[in-house]
Design a protein around this ligand. Structure first.
Ligand code: ADP
Ligand code: ASP
Ligand code: MG
Length: 404
């Protein structure tokens, strides 16, 4: 097995020159016993600042130029980190996506990785030089810059780890690992020593932003062990395990939640074959991920069709729904942005019943109304009022005894 490890440092970890110096120290120590490849995010807050700037000349900037702009935060941090390593006598070179041919699709801001030049990266490593690669960035076949979506540096790191055959990918962040829920919302959330890949897939997919969902998908597909740990404190962090080795599966391992959501309801739509496809087909063609989907029992041949998407897709969805108005007849479109989702995830749900009713009871006792319920084998998702989300997460965390 190779002794290469990929280390990824998130925004807070490289948020200042002092932090970059501390991160360089972590890399230096790791390089004593391993060959190291580094992936870096923009300095904390920089991507948000660039997004703000982009809106100066209009709310909807050109997508190509938007990505060209917001990708630059990573260029800054990668070069600075290389300089920090030089100051410690370590050979390092920064690389942009284009320099390592991080090829992606051309869907700006949501680009998907197609290929990366692993040989180029390995050449640098062979030369005893640490490559410091910009996360989040990609490049199209035609050479235009793309980005991988918010939190995309995680995916860059795991994709590179997969391509170079690394023994592990370490995701350094500002918390000590993966917790039972966001420790910034529930202060007594418990750090997990390990979590199964499928649980992490669900938690990330349902909003636990500690790691981007596509990073977990890559790790799962290419069998890359991933560890999430702090760049601020020592500690083993949390291993996202490829195999489930525990004897007993947790009923609920974690709780994820997502705020920026929009619920669309097409009220009084015809209950005829092809309706769902006519609505969701063009939405998926616009590369919008639809999450919860519910269709009600019909009355007099009419039904209600509801789905949720991320808030950033609101305008596009409205445009799509306008464009299909001729083919899909509905009485009224109800748009509700005051919603959030909370999800319970645990592999133990497969073999034990009663999780859902326990959750519903706890929420009802705390006056949290559930608008939509949606389940899969190891997950229960509930759509609720956005204002009640922190309370709901805390109530459920307590109910399932997840605290430390
Ligand atoms: P980075 O900049 O290092 O990529 P992020 O802000 O993207 O960091 O992700 C880390 C954050 O994820 C944590 O600070 C925490 O608030 C949040 N988070 C959400 N859910 C969880 C969870 N289950 N465990 C740990 N952190 C979580
Ligand atoms: N800098 C990008 C963001 O803020 C990518 C990342 O941090 O992973 O979303
Ligand atoms: Mg992140």
């Amino acid at each position: 097995m190779s002794d290469i490890i990929v280390q990824k440092f998130g925004g807070t970890s490289v948020g200042s020159v002092e932090r970059i110096d501390a991160v360089a120290e972590i890399i230096k120590n790791a390089s004593i016993s391993n060959q190291v490849i580094v992936v870096v995010s923009a300095m904390g807050g920089e991507t948000n600042k660039l997004i703000e700037l982009s809106k100066h000349f209009g709310e909807n900037p050109n997508k190509r130029e938007f990505d060209a702009l917001v990708s630059t935060g990573e260029t800054v941090s990668s070069a600075l980190l290389a300089m920090a390593l030089h100051s410690k006598g370590i050979k390092a070179k920064s690389y942009s996506a284009s320099q390592i041919s991080m090829k992606t699709t051309d869907s700006y801001s949501k680009a998907k990785i197609l290929d990366v030049n692993a040989d180029k990266i390995l050449e640098v490593v062979k030369d005893n030089t640490i490559p410091i690669i910009t996360g989040f960035q990609g490049v199209t076949e035609g050479g235009d810059v793309t980005t991988l979506g918010r939190g995309g540096s995680d995916t860059t790191a795991v994709a590179i780890a997969a391509q170079v055959g690394a023994m592990r990918c370490d995701i350094y962040t500002d918390v000590d690992g993966i917790y039972t829920t966001d420790p910034k919302i529930v202060s007594n959330a418990k750090k997990l020593d390990s979590i199964t890949m499928e649980e992490m897939l669900e938690l990330a997919g349902q909003g636990a932003k500690v790691i981007q969902t596509r990073a977990v998908e890559f790790a799962n597909k290419y069998n890359v062990p991933v560890r999430v740990l702090s760049s601020f404190n020592d500690g083993k962090g949390t291993l996202i395990s490829l195999k489930d080795e525990s004897m007993e599966n947790a009923l609920v391992s974690g709780i994820a939640f997502q705020k920026d959501q929009i619920k669309f309801t097409l009220h009084g739509v015809g209950d005829i074959p092809g309706t769902a496809f006519k609505i969701l087909g063009p939405i998926s063609d616009a590369e919008i991920e639809v999450d919860v989907i519910v269709q009600n029992v019909s009355v007099d041949g009419k039904t209600d069709f509801t789905f949720t998407v991320s808030s950033e897709d609101q305008e596009t969805v409205i445009r799509v729904l306008e464009s299909i108005k001729k083919e899909v007849d509905y009485r009224e479109l109800i748009v509700d942005s005051n919603i959030a989702k909370v999800s319970l995830v645990g592999v133990g749900m497969r073999s034990q019943a009663g999780v859902a009713s326990k959750a519903f009871k706890a929420l009802s006792e705390n006056n949290v109304n559930i608008q939509i319920i949606c389940t899969s084998e190891i997950k229960i998702t509930m759509v609720i009022d956005e204002q009640l989300i922190d309370k709901a997460v805390s109530v459920l965390h307590k109910e399932f005894e997840l605290e430390k």
